[in-house]
Design a protein around this ligand. Structure first.
Ligand SMILES: [Zn+2]
Length: 904
């Protein structure tokens, strides 16, 4: 028992060591990690050489000291070794793209590494570069040294003719499909991995890093570029190639021409075909976004990926089948069958088949976790040892983190491990009984029937009445029996309660219908849909059956998701409060006395009562979200909030609203009073529909033409005009532009010809702190405090700037640089009149317009105006209470996998 405790402590320290390394902003040199590794191994190793008998002979007084020392050594050892190995691992994949190669034309030859994902009118795929040449201006090219200047793994996009997705013209045809394992020659342009960094938003750069991708880019298809050439079909990446062929066969089989006809149900079938693909090959990108929303709201999202449950079921059925064959072979005279017990052979081969299934399904974290836990169970079973379940759990986590330390930052890791950990802790009372732990498996087998390998470790199944109904049928029936409704209900209730703080921490959402939905969906998906979907690999007809089986469930889940209060969204609490709540919820599901549980209940309150801190009365805060090439600034006062512009559209299916703003507003628990769209350009209105849908109470202000599609979402919208103003909590909001005469005229005439450039009618918004507070009797602000002013001018250009200066626009503290730093804006008289203390540009990394333009940057520099770029800062937070400071997400939460750019 002493050994087990020491091992458990060392494994826990391993987890902590990995977590500490993931906090590093900059990687250390490899020799430093090497030194820590050696240090961790050397003094850490000796206590294990000291025989424990010698410790026993020590005097009683020295015992606790010696024990504490040994414990400390194990903690140090686990932490240091994990920290150093993670650091070395990171060092190996830190090769970066030479900035001089960014945006240059390169000819590359390499192999498609993984099955491509369809995105709009093209494919995205991982590509392993074997050779590369830099294309010189004259047409001849020079070889580029790999590894030094060019990382070997890149993420490429290949879009239909007409370049990448173009605004409003997504009519281009799909390019030729690529297959995993094929060798291609492409002309490409690459750039460093650069994503949007928003407070607790999705970390695209981490996602790329985790897959070893250190550059992204796209295939060039210009008139003077050589067309892509398929050079060979190689045998590299065979599993990916097979996954792709199965996925494509499945989608072809289910999306037959009749199914794609314009009938109402064909759309449902097309989407559900994606769900079947996800269940067979783990291709989660095949599932439609709207379906994910339903699955998340009903708490069954875990079922739609290759979950631990599916891998366990596969391993268990395989082992039973192998064991059955093995026993039969003994009857038929196979001599080997007498040497090795059928149970052992079945367990080993069953595990191997499950490992193959996990690989085939894309090697997700839940599948890995299950596989390592099953391996520990198999090894223990064969060596007739018994380990405490918690040790197996910690060991599986350490193994997952050894191969993929960055999984620790993924919700999937925590949801998977906490769910199975809670089940282990609540379901196996015999594990807490040391007497049971000391029994050998053989004893257990003779006393209480069969033993089975499951997600929860070795588990006992009481001898059922049907124990004479045949070797294969008996465990099958036993397993089905153990999945009875009552048991499922109890397990689900346990998991749902324990995971609620985690889903709140990661997604800001708790599903209230999850319990009911899971009780219905788990047996259906696990016992009916998934086996049918798997069977489809050998007989395609089963896929049609799986699709039919999915339809009633999808309908039911859709209905449940639409129920009022199906899921509640709460502001995302800070990490510390979530951990407290997790402890409280775990205590509630553990077999503890009721008084203990009641004592732990208050741990849940802070999370439920958490609200995002707001500015004081009279003050305001601006949060410029990192949306790429476009504007989106959230202005908050003590009790109100306004979103200025809604960011760009990225592709036919995704925009800044869905990807950045809706999650950001949800996790802050923000209820918008107003969404103001400065003008109609899609880099300002791209995310508006998603934001308006998620914030039904928000009023719409805009300079859009009357017949604009967005106005159908808010028939009672307001046109912004100079002279409008209002007071919120002691903060003054004023619209300075466009003048009423311009605002009345629609920017686009009925005939479709442009009358006014949309940029020219941008709503210009000025926000001033500590405004005259007499209007609002509830607010008590010192009127002597000077006003701090911010200006949000949209995409106005030189003429509008001149008009504003003429109208007497005074100095400001914070300026959103007009038109993303375009050459046509930020004129000298404008800057001289405004004298901004701080200017902020919202523009995309290496955007195609070249924003912000070099002469404009120079203009700001000459005027001595500090200018911060969103590409270098990420999301920026600025407060009127501290007008000289700006908080940059990319600086504050910098980790070594992020694209680090100096703020300048
Ligand atoms: Zn713009």
């Amino acid at each position: 028992m002493n050994w087990a405790r020491g091992m458990g402590v060392a494994l826990l320290a391993w987890w902590v060591g990995v977590a500490l390394q993931l906090q590093q902003a900059v990687l250390w040199p490899s020799w430093l990690y090497g030194g820590i590794l050696a240090w961790g191994l050397l003094p850490g190793g000796w206590p294990f050489l000291v025989p424990s008998r010698r410790l026993n002979s020590w005097r009683a007084l020295r015992m606790p000291l010696a024990g504490a020392w040994r414990m400390a050594v194990r903690v140090w050892m686990g932490m240091a070794v994990a920290f150093a190995l993670t650091g070395l691992h990171a060092g190996w994949r830190s090769a970066a793209l030479d900035p001089a190669l960014e945006g240059q034309d390169l000819d590359v030859v390499g192999v498609v590494q993984a099955m491509p994902q369809q995105q709009d009118v093209g494919w995205r795929f991982r590509f392993e570069v074997e050779q590369a040449w830099l294309v010189a201006a004259a047409g001849h090219s020079t070889p580029v040294k790999l590894a030094d200047a060019l990382p070997s793994q890149v993420y490429l996009g290949w879009y239909g003719q007409g370049g990448s997705w173009d605004l409003g013209s997504a009519k281009a045809a799909l390019p030729e499909p690529v297959q995993a394992g094929e060798r291609w020659r492409f002309r490409v342009r690459l750039k460093a991995p650069h994503g949007h960094l928003n407070p607790r938003g999705f970390d695209y750069e981490l996602w790329l890093w985790e897959q070893g991708i250190r550059a992204t880019g796209y295939v060039r298809l210009g008139a003077q570029d050589p067309p892509p050439v398929r050079l060979a079909v190689t045998w590299q990446h065979p599993i990916e190639g097979w996954r792709q062929s199965v996925r494509d066969r499945l989608l072809r089989h289910l999306n037959t021409p009749e199914a794609t006809a314009a009938e109402a149900s064909s759309e449902v079938k097309r989407r559900l075909a994606g769900v079947v693909a996800a269940l067979v090959v783990g291709d989660q990108a095949a599932i439609d976004r709207s379906d994910w929303d339903v699955f998340r709201a009903t708490g069954v999202a875990h079922l739609m990926s290759i979950s631990g449950l599916h891998v366990t079921m596969f391993a268990w059925l395989s082992s039973l089948f192998v064991a059955w064959c093995w026993r039969r072979s003994a009857l038929w005279g196979f001599a080997g069958a007498l040497h090795w017990p059928a149970v052992h052979v079945g367990a080993v081969l069953g595990w191997c088949m499950a490992a193959f299934y996990a690989l085939f399904s894309g090697w997700g974290v839940p599948a890995q976790r299950t596989l390592w836990m099953l391996l520990a169970v198999v090894v223990l079973k064969i060596s007739a040892r018994q380990w405490h379940a918690s040790l197996i759990w910690l060991l599986a986590g350490a193994v997952v983190l050894l191969f993929d330390p960055w999984a620790l930052l993924q919700p999937g890791f925590w949801l998977s491990f906490v769910a199975v950990g809670v089940l282990m802790a609540t379901e196996r009372p015999e594990l807490h009984n040391p007497a049971a732990a000391f029994k050998s498996p053989r004893q257990i087998e003779t006393q209480s029937g069969t033993e089975r390998v499951s997600e929860r470790g070795t588990e006992l199944v009481p001898q059922p009445f049907w124990h004479r109904t045949g070797a294969l049928a008996r465990p099958l029936l036993g397993w089905a029996g153990s999945l009875s409704a009552l048991r499922l209900w109890r397990e689900q209730a346990t998991i749902t309660l324990a995971l609620a703080p985690l889903t709140l921490l990661f997604f800001g959402q708790v599903s209230l219908v999850g319990l009911l939905a899971n009780v219905l969906a788990i047996p259906w998906v696990t016992l009916v849909v998934t086996p049918l979907a798997m069977l489809g690999v050998v007989w395609a007809g089963a896929w049609t059956a799986a699709l039919w089986a999915l339809q009633p469930m999808a309908w039911l889940l859709g209905e449940m998701a639409a129920w009022p209060m199906a899921s509640v969204s709460l502001p995302m609490p800070p990490l510390g409060l979530s951990v407290l709540a997790l402890l409280g919820a775990t205590a509630w599901v553990l077999p503890l006395p009721l008084s203990w549980k009641l004592l732990c209940l208050p741990l849940l309150w802070p999370v439920l009562l958490w609200v995002q801190p707001r500015p004081a009365a009279g003050q305001f805060e601006l949060l410029a979200a990192d949306v790429g090439q476009g504007n989106a600034v959230l202005a908050r006062t003590a009790q109100h909030s306004l979103l200025y512009d809604a960011g760009p559209r990225y592709s036919a299916e995704s925009d800044a609203g869905l990807r950045v703003l809706v999650p950001l507003l949800a996790q802050m628990g923000e209820r918008l009073d107003v969404l103001m769209l400065s003008h109609r350009d899609s880099d300002h209105t791209g995310g508006a529909a998603a934001v308006l849908a998620m914030q039904p109470q928000a009023a719409l202000w805009s300079s859009l033409e009357d017949e604009h599609l967005l106005h159908t979402l808010r028939p009672h919208w307001t046109r912004c005009q100079a002279g409008q103003s209002w007071l919120w909590d002691g903060v003054l909001f004023e619209v300075l532009h466009p003048p009423a005469k311009d605002a009345d005229s629609s920017p686009v005439s009925p005939a479709g010809t442009k009358k006014t450039k949309p940029n020219a009618v941008s709503c210009v918004l000025r926000i001033s702190s500590n405004a005259n507070v007499n209007v609002n009797v509830n607010v008590n602000v010192n009127v002597n405090v000077p006003s701090v002013v911010a200006l949000l001018p949209g995409d106005i250009e030189a003429a509008q700037e001149a008009a504003l200066v003429q109208s007497g626009l005074g100095p400001v503290h914070w300026l959103l640089v007009p038109h993303h730093g375009s050459k046509t804006s930020s004129t000298e008289p404008f800057l001289q009149a405004l004298q901004p203390r701080l200017a902020f540009v919202q523009a995309g990394y290496r955007n195609r317009y070249g924003h912000p333009a070099a002469p404009v940057l120079e203009r700001y520099r000459d005027q001595g105006i500090p200018l911060v770029e969103s590409t270098r800062c990420g999301a920026a937070t600025w407060q009127s209470a501290a007008p000289d400071k700006v908080r940059c997400e990319r600086v504050e939460s910098l980790r070594y996998w992020h694209h680090a750019l100096a703020l300048k």
